[in-house]
Write a new protein. Structure first.
Length: 108
C-alpha cells in the first residue's frame, strides 16, 4: 500500500508524532498516530472507500472532511453511523465498512 503521510524530511513544520499504534479496518491491521481521525488514518493507508450506499451499493469515503456530508460513515467496535472524519482513532479499535444505513446489519 502506498504511504500518503508527509515524510519527516519534507515536514517543514517539524511536527512530532507520538508512537504509532495499530487498529483494524475490515480485519486488516492499519498504522495510526495519536490525534488522527479514522478517516485520516485510512486515507494515509490508501483506503478510500469507507461505506456503500443503501440502494445501489455505491462506494463512499471522505468527502467534506468536516462532518457535514455523512459520506464517511463507518462501523466502530460494532456501533454503526460513526463519522470517520470526526472520530479519533484509538489503539486496537475495530473499524468496518458500513453497508447502507448500518441498522439492518447491526440492529441499532
Amino acid at each position: 500500500m502506498k504511504q500518503l503521510r508527509v515524510r519527516p524530511e519534507c515536514d517543514t513544520a517539524q511536527v512530532e508524532r507520538g508512537p504509532a499504534f495499530p487498529f483494524t479496518f475490515e480485519g486488516q491491521s492499519i498504522c495510526a498516530y495519536p490525534g488522527e481521525t479514522i478517516g485520516a488514518a485510512l486515507m494515509a493507508a490508501g483506503i478510500l472507500t469507507f461505506r456503500t450506499t443503501r440502494r445501489q451499493g455505491r462506494p463512499r469515503g471522505l468527502f467534506c472532511g468536516i462532518g457535514l456530508c455523512f459520506d464517511c460513515l463507518v462501523v466502530v467496535d460494532g456501533i454503526p453511523n460513526q463519522q470517520a472524519c470526526l472520530v479519533a482513532v484509538k489503539p486496537d479499535m475495530r473499524v468496518q465498512v458500513q453497508t447502507g444505513t448500518g441498522e439492518d446489519t447491526y440492529g441499532n
